[in-house]
Design a binder for this molecule. Structure first.
Ligand SMILES: Cc1cc2nc3c(=O)[nH]c(=O)nc-3n(C[C@H](O)[C@H](O)[C@H](O)COP(=O)(O)OP(=O)(O)OC[C@H]3O[C@@H](n4cnc5c(N)ncnc54)[C@H](O)[C@@H]3O)c2cc1C
Length: 395
């Protein structure tokens, strides 16, 4: 038998997270979106409640969640505010994962602890002005100088760039392609690290997205993460976790869009009866429900399978890693498109009011769009999925 039910503990966890977010996050989300302001107080409270260190083992000050529990957290955050899902995605799914899976004991005791406690936020710096989808072509360099490295180059799209205390930066230590890339841990305040333009975005406006300049930044060799030349592996392993957690956040957004649509359809009266009694509206709800339900099983089956393989993806068998990379891409791609579909249909059900700032769905509609772009566009996910299917077949 395959069990598709959450345990008592997992249901309790979901209830307590939802209670926390309804009290601490929902009341500020519209305002932080309007003002393009990082929700610092809420993030601090989330840190206090342990939500910034959930995937980190207890020995480094975290909660030691498995991927199923982490997806529950991300789904609940996604129901409320995609900006915070983005902040946590960069900090935890990408940043903390990289430290957890590839850091040495000293790095974990220092940086992972700080991240888990919420004392320092992490920014994950892979993308560059000329290297987005083609991440292997980054130009930022790290040149060895005695026991140190000197990093020079510019980075784009750094989520949490304005607030971060720790930067995981990817730079070229060797020749071309993936083999020449190394990951480094850089601390805020490092001489030569400066901040450029902050992007003025259409959505997830509560999260900062920055241009960063590394101008001869000196980093101790002890801050190489995962070994020289292993940076691309560090990035891709973290991105698998990122894509899974992103699919959970998208699932949360889809669910919220459905809730809002049902509530509006029950209340709004036209032609003498609630529009929810019209079959045209019920068909829209049915389509949203079908996609969202299928996604629920996809997300949690993928998370559960990942948990079954062991806590550290860097230690999984190659064939399992390949399968999970494909399945995380499938989850990310399906989830982001389901979220986009559901917010679009929900807005349509809202009619004119859905097109105004007075409705919550307007914010989700703008926010949803990013899920199809970052952590690898959906075209790149399809490329990964299709390439794996041709290479290994379909089982
Ligand atoms: C709000 C936001 C936050 C972000 N946060 C981070 C972050 O914290 N850290 C970080 O490192 N990056 C971050 N990114 C960068 C993000 O991951 C990239 O934007 C994304 O990978 C796409 O790269 P690009 O924007 O350069 O688009 P491009 O790579 O220029 O792609 C343009 C279009 O071409 C398509 N395309 C490109 N190559 C192919 C191909 N081979 N086959 C088919 N289609 C292709 C793409 O799918 C896309 O539709 C963020 C981006 C945004 C917008």
């Amino acid at each position: 038998m395959i069990s598709f039910a959450f345990s008592e503990e997992q249901q309790l966890l979901r209830r307590s997270i939802r209670e926390f977010l309804e009290k601490e996050l929902r009341p500020v989300s519209a305002e932080t979106d309007r003002d393009a302001r990082f929700p610092a107080e809420t993030i601090a409270k989330m840190g206090g409640a342990g939500y910034l260190g959930t995937i980190v083992p207890e020995k480094y000050g975290g909660a030691g969640f498995g991927k199923v529990e982490y997806c529950i957290l991300m789904e609940e955050i996604g129901r409320v505010d995609a900006s915070v899902a983005t902040i946590l995605g960069a900090h935890s799914s990408l940043g903390s994962s990289a430290l957890l899976y590839y850091g040495n004991e000293q790095q974990k005791q220092l940086y992972l602890r700080q991240a888990a406690a919420g004392e320092k936020i992490i920014s994950f710096n892979l993308s560059e002005p000329e290297a987005g989808s083609d991440a292997k072509s980054i130009k930022t360099t790290a040149v060895r100088d005695g026991s140190c490295f000197r990093i020079s180059g510019s980075k784009m799209w750094a989520t949490n760039g304005r607030e971060a205390g720790i930067f995981i930066v990817f730079a070229r230590t060797g020749g071309r392609g993936a083999e020449g890339i190394t990951a480094f841990i850089v601390e805020r305040g490092a001489k030569g690290l400066t901040f450029g333009r902050e992007e003025d975005k259409m959505g997830i406006r509560g999260s900062s997205t920055m241009q960063l300049f590394y101008d001869d930044v000196v980093v101790d060799g002890g801050n190489v993460l995962g070994g020289v030349g292993n940076g691309f592996k560090v990035a891709m392993t973290s991105l698998d976790v990122g894509r899974l957690s992103l699919s959970a956040a998208s699932l949360g957004m889809a669910g919220r869009a459905i809730e809002l649509a049902i509530s509006h359809a029950r209340r709004r009266v036209q032609f003498g009866r609630p529009i929810g009694e019209l079959q045209a509206i019920q068909f829209k709800l049915a389509d949203m429900g079908m996609r969202s339900r299928a996604l629920h099983y996809l997300v949690y089956a993928t998370a559960s399978r990942a948990d079954g393989l062991g806590p550290n993806p860097a230690e999984w068998k190659r064939s399992d890693r390949e399968e999970m990379t494909r399945d995380c891409a499938i989850a990310k791609c399906s989830a982001s498109e389901t979220a986009s579909f559901c917010v679009d249909e929900s807005l349509q059900i809202h009619g004119g009011i859905g097109f105004t700032k007075s409705s919550e769905i307007e914010r989700h509609y703008r926010d949803a769009r990013i899920y199809e772009i970052y952590e690898g566009t959906n075209e790149i996910q399809r490329l990964l999925i299709g390439r794996d299917m041709i290479g290994r077949g379909w089982q």
